[in-house]
Design a protein around this ligand. Sequence first.
Ligand code: 4AD
Ligand code: MG
Length: 480
Amino acid sequence: MKHTKVIEVLQSDKLLQPVLVKGWVRSFRNDRFIAVNDGSTINNIQCVLEDNTIDAAIQSRINVGAAVAIEGTLIESQGKGQRVEIQVSNVEIEGDADPEELKLTILSPKRHTLEKLREQAHLRVRTNTFGAIMRVRSKLSFAIHEYFQKNDFYYVHTPVITKSDAEGAGEAFKVTNLDLNNIPKNENGEVDYKEDFFGGETNLTVSGQLEAETYAMGLGQVYTFGPTFRAENSNTSRHLAEFWMVEPEVAFCDLDGNMDLAEDFIKYVIQFVLDNCQDDLEFLENRLVQEDKQKPQAERAEMLLRDKLKFILENNFKRVSYTEAIDILKNSKPNKKKKFKFPIDGWGADLQSEHERFLVEKHFKCPVILFDYPADIKSFYMRLNEDGKTVRAMDILFPGIGEIVGGSQREERLDVLKEKMAALNIPEEELWWYLDTRRFGTCTHSGFGLGFERLVLFVTGMGNIRDVIPYPRTPLNAEF
Ligand code: 4AD
Ligand code: MG
């Protein structure tokens, strides 16, 4: 007999018929009730053992964590909490789990902190919380592809290894095959990268944007969705050294069009998980309610998780220029009472996450798109405004998250772009291919990058970015 996924069994109306399920034991109560989970849903199937149906030797091996194959008859449940259950006729143990050894792991049936779970990231997906997060994460990535494919974007696989540092922030991880114990040097005593695998200095990509731009210049509308790497030493709950980024790029599209696209896209994927991840969202929502009970009233969430997601769908993102935002911040209570760690005293400062969160959570109380930032605090490729001091940049700020999207209208004018690069000491030789797009049929174009894990954080209501990616990479941590 072929086994049936638990999610199907739970919805099945084939009562009194034989059924086979395979999964891992979550609990075994009163020598009678085995709860089995196979990852297809947050819910377990209850399998009920009558006395003497199976061998005592097998029964003694039905331990939490064991992999089992259970055959029986699907019946209407006698108890509360489930519609159907399996009346067991046979149990096979595929993989034992020794209870004494299991006690030392996070699979032992007691509450473990999220920090503890991170130490055993290879096992945590077998907990309810991580099962739910990873199913939502998977659905979200599908929704991203679906959105762009439905809207006639082409998926472009941009390279992971590159000679360019797209953000020009110098936060790229080096890639080398040189023998580090015997580094070849040139006559100036510098490392001779000509000897290296690619014949030049290379790094892991910080963004697929520049390559995506070149493809938008032929395919019209493209997106990349892949891993990106940043060697920034920020140990925060919002930063990873390896994270996934979604980057659409659109020819003949200005900043307003870019904002419209970003807003429409985010709403689509949130609607998708609301429609397709109901059980997992309900579980995550209840988890937050329980967590909030431990907190003082003032720190508790104002909205339930799913209400927060619906709120995003039902409200327009507030579009505010950087200059307006600075005025609001300058005159805000926390600024006047010197509550900001970085006080706002004038135009030109980069916004810190405390400022972004004030704008989103306290002032506007909805997602905010900030645009027209000072040129000096943004990347070289953003289009210079007529004022000569701001660029057509936009950041989308989300409640509880801060920046979730960064994007811009690109500088399409060759002379302006070259001036900007010169001012920032970015050698033209390094980006000759990028400059070519401005030489041959340049046009207005725009794009943005959405940090995928920040989106997953928002949708699952989790508090730390390390808990929404299977194997987080952060400073001093690349285990697994
Ligand atoms: O704002 P960023 O640096 O923009 C770019 O990389 C552009 N090239 C994107 C584009 O226009 N195509 O990064 C984009 C987003 C941020 O808004 C944030 O959500 C996320 O990527 N991000 C990170 N997420 C996790 N860990 C990090 N270290 C991140 N750095 C950026
Ligand atoms: Mg940014």
